[in-house]
Design a protein around this ligand. Structure first.
Ligand SMILES: NC(=O)c1ccc[n+]([C@@H]2O[C@H](COP(=O)([O-])OP(=O)(O)OC[C@H]3O[C@@H](n4cnc5c(N)ncnc54)[C@H](OP(=O)(O)O)[C@@H]3O)[C@@H](O)[C@H]2O)c1
Length: 267
């Protein structure tokens, strides 16, 4: 049985992760952590997640619970997430990182950290999105050189980073397949006198509205036809279940930075 610690326990994903860890057959929730001063500190994690008492009290100090978990699951914000990573590195704990919005420098730090501990780092933990990444490779191979490629994503009004980590990963997969560097060919939004579209660019459009859980479309558009690969998430539990699956998969793995394609054996 893999013992799981959830940080950011009172967040939208934190609550789903508590439920997913409780429901998983090969995992158990043993630690739940919120920020010092958070209303959730001292409450029962199960009560917080709306699934009844689990007997796990939400704490505000991960350092005092290091002997109580095997894998830490982090869906928070880049800054606290990097602090949790340092704690896991020093304690030799495995991690599943679902947080998005890291800078390139922060992503390099995560790669360095993975030299010491095994971790799964993926901007989207759903099975469907990771299958879509595979389909995108195929579409890019067949149509990418001669079509206009656009990534459109929509999320709820509370999301704080844009484009979504998933949209960026989709763009990266397409760019890598075509031998392009996304940092050089991405266009983030358009306004005013833009001129004609450059075929070699990959465009990103962002919608933030209401309670949309997460929708992504990648369009390969030619004259006369276009292919669209779309994924729609309707419940955050799909990400939480993927993260718990990643946590159980990590058991016994060598240090390294893995992603959901590894977990799902899609490589
Ligand atoms: N990889 C995926 O599949 C996937 C899917 C969905 C979302 N995400 C990402 O997961 C992250 C969280 O999303 P969410 O919708 O759950 O956000 P959220 O509801 O705002 O929750 C984030 C939680 O992080 C904790 N937190 C925030 N700032 C902190 C700080 N300075 N120090 C310590 N803890 C802090 C807080 O938890 P406490 O109050 O309990 O401390 C907060 O509730 C985002 O980056 C989002 O893009 C990833």
């Amino acid at each position: 049985m893999v013992r799981i610690a959830v940080v950011g326990a009172s967040g939208r994903m934190g609550r789903c992760l508590i439920k997913a860890a409780f429901e998983a057959e090969q995992a158990e929730l043993t630690v739940a952590v919120s920020r010092p001063g958070s209303d959730s500190v001292g409450r029962d994690a199960g009560e917080l997640a709306g699934i009844g008492n689990l007997g796990v009290s939400v704490s505000d100090n991960i350092a005092s619970a290091l002997d109580q978990f095997d894998v830490l699951i982090d869906f928070t914000r880049p800054e606290p997430s990097l602090q949790y990573m340092e704690i896991c590195r020093l304690a030799g704990k495995q991690m599943v990182i679902g947080t998005t919005g890291y800078s390139e420098e922060q992503k390099s730090n995560i790669q360095r950290l993975a030299e010491s501990i095994p971790l799964v780092f993926a901007p989207n933990m759903s099975v469907g999105v990771n299958l879509s990444l595979k389909l995108l490779q195929m579409a890019a191979q067949v149509m990418g050189e001669y079509t206009d490629i656009e990534v459109i994503e929509a999320h709820h009004r509370h999301k704080v980073d844009a484009p979504s980590g998933t949209a960026l990963r989709m763009g990266e997969v397409v760019a890598e397949t075509l031998g392009r560097d996304l940092s050089e060919c991405a266009i983030y939004g358009r306004e005013g006198d833009t001129g004609e579209r450059d075929r070699n660019t990959i465009g990103f459009s962002t919608i933030r509205a209401g309670d949309i859980v997460g929708e992504h479309t990648v369009m390969f558009a030619d004259q006369g036809e276009r292919v669209e690969i779309t994924h729609k998430a309707t419940s955050r539990m799909t990400f939480a279940n993927g993260a718990v699956r990643a946590a159980t998969w990590l058991d016994g793995k060598a240090p390294g930075c893995y992603d959901m394609q590894d977990v799902l054996d899609l490589k």
